[in-house]
Design a protein around this ligand. Sequence first.
Ligand SMILES: Nc1nc2c(ncn2[C@@H]2O[C@H](COP(=O)(O)OP(=O)(O)OP(=O)(O)O)[C@@H](O)[C@H]2O)c(=O)[nH]1
Length: 706
Amino acid sequence: MPNAEPLKNIRNIGISAHIDSGKTTLSERILYYTGRIHRLGEVHGDGPGATMDYMELERERGITITSAATTVRWGEAVINLIDTPGHVDFTIEVERSLRVLDGAILVLCAVGGVQAQSLTIDRQMRRYHVPRLAFINKMDRVGADPFRVVQQMKDRLDCDAVLMQLPIGREADFRGVIDLVTMEAVYFDGPHGEHVRREPIPAELLESARQARQQMLESLAMYSDELLEILLAEEEPPQDLIWRVAKAATCSLQMTPVFLGSAFKNKGVQPLLDAVVRLLPSPLEVEVRAIPPGEESPSMLLSADPAAPAVAMAFKLVEDPFGALTFLRVYQGTLTKGGYYYNQRTGKRERFGRIVRMHADKREDIDGATAGDIVAVVGLDAASGDTYAESYPACTLERMYIPEPVIKMSITPVERNSAERLAKALARFRREDPTLHVTIDEESGETLIAGMGELHLDIYVERLRREYGVDVLVGAPKVNYREAPTEPTTFNVRHRKQTGGAGQYAHIIGKMEPLPEDSEETFVFEECIVGGRIPKQYIPAIEKGLRSSLEKGPLAGYPIVGLKVIVEDGSYHEVDSSDLAFQICAQMVMREAFPQTRPVLLEPIMKIEIECPESAQGSVVGDLISRRGVVLGTHSLGNIVRIEGEVPLAETFGYSTTLRSLTQGQGTFTLEFSKYRRVPPSIQEEIILQRKRSRMPSNSGVSSKA
Ligand SMILES: Nc1nc2c(ncn2[C@@H]2O[C@H](COP(=O)(O)OP(=O)(O)OP(=O)(O)O)[C@@H](O)[C@H]2O)c(=O)[nH]1
């Protein structure tokens, strides 16, 4: 029978955070304390590696590349746990996970505090309205300061972070936590901290615990008149009221409760799991709306009733030696083994022959799953974000936000006979990761891969070698520039072809202008033709002709963005006008008029965050400025400094090598696409010249630099 767990006991949570904050180590401890594994594997070191980093590459590089999913039990609760990567280049994994989860744990380093990726994760959690707890990890490290991290959460994440615990001891002396709700000291005994021991608070900490509790209660009272009145009457609030108020404020995203620990030193994990159950919502408490057929907005409220028609969303595709696995979140009704369900994108009816519950890379067969559950189905022909339902058309769930790629590079198989394996591998990666784009360069015939950053593409090059035995030569990374208008212009273009056979006639008059800088659109088409000067039937052909010309701009063949075209007038011929004639005329409009808008090249600007020893700050900042970068802020964290800035993507290739040498290997950085900005004129000329050279035929006798 489908999952018999009462929905109120299910928690679907993700663990997300900045690189190296300890998500995988925390996941490992959770698996251990919930009895899913009986041996702790460390992310680094010579052991077999952490269970959740099951890909060999993850074990070697000690990083989490793909989201691993697993289900654990904690008391009465069933927790579906997704461990997500911390690298901004794998943001799609985080997007995907947060999209289908009901709550999250935001892991922060007690030393590093709020770092670049924390900001990205925070934005993603808000985008998908995901309530979250914060776990300040690495409390055992030198320089651990939870109060500074809480203040950073308030300042940089603009969230009401409320400490629910106090540390007992600091750094190497970190021994446990004080539970400010129950006012108890909590210790973690045994070789792996598996025995939780609650004691009275040590006398020397009692006063600070009382003050911290008062601070916590006053913060919570902002969300509850009932609690406020009790505090004003100077009475002792009941614990269940404190938890109830904290849960309501957390689920409404008004507050972020903060817990402390050291996953590596096996401290603080069990109270965090208690908080997941107490403070994060069950699927019953999360309102999910779907988009009815033919509509734009999610107006259809889904029901958790197991008897309602099934609705589920595919959020992750993984192909492994046993076949294609599609991870699904069930939003309504029940999925049953052997049942048939329709893909709402393709309309195809598919049989769910095998339904499994996942534990990292192992699978457990089940007979079905109900609303709220996260399971995987074997052998579906799905794409990330697809909705499945019992009928067609039934509804679709909102699509995920898929960021555009900002960098591309060519890949050429070293051995000609591996071309087929290369194509198969890229098709698989593409299905799993919609932010990976694969195209063929029309001029060179090379295979181009495009993604979210150098690391994102490097990982795929490495996976090609390891998983498919395909070695590739990688071309220099190329920046996805854009071409944008800077001034308005008018146009009056006539297309007439009267040679033998059917003639062609089309005439379009109008204007084009730049879109506002902050516009989310890349192209807007409007028409305000009166009196049938151009019959309405030809308007779609005009738009089609204009859009077909956006792909290659006149400066250097890059896509055109930020353009608005308004067709105001024109004329047509009863016999010679046609869709084709107006489509050709529209292409002529772009060829003739767009250059008059004084277009410029735009380049992707990356948000960069660097952490390095204070002693290297001068040389790191100097190098960043030499890359046309700007420093937006620096924050001192003891002997480490965090430098925040912006830098053109084109100036960041190979930056990891430079940073390593500038900081004797101590520096780390994250790069995340921020916006497009105009290229300086001198560099624009150079890019256009290079582009022209690369397009010249090789026997042109003109030497072309690499
Ligand atoms: N001192 C200390 N080190 C920790 C703690 N938790 C994790 N680490 C170490 O920090 C490093 C990164 O840990 P991971 O668990 O891989 O971090 P992650 O966030 O999963 O990393 P990515 O997924 O690659 O972003 C490893 O060397 C861990 O052993 C902790 O509580 N204290």
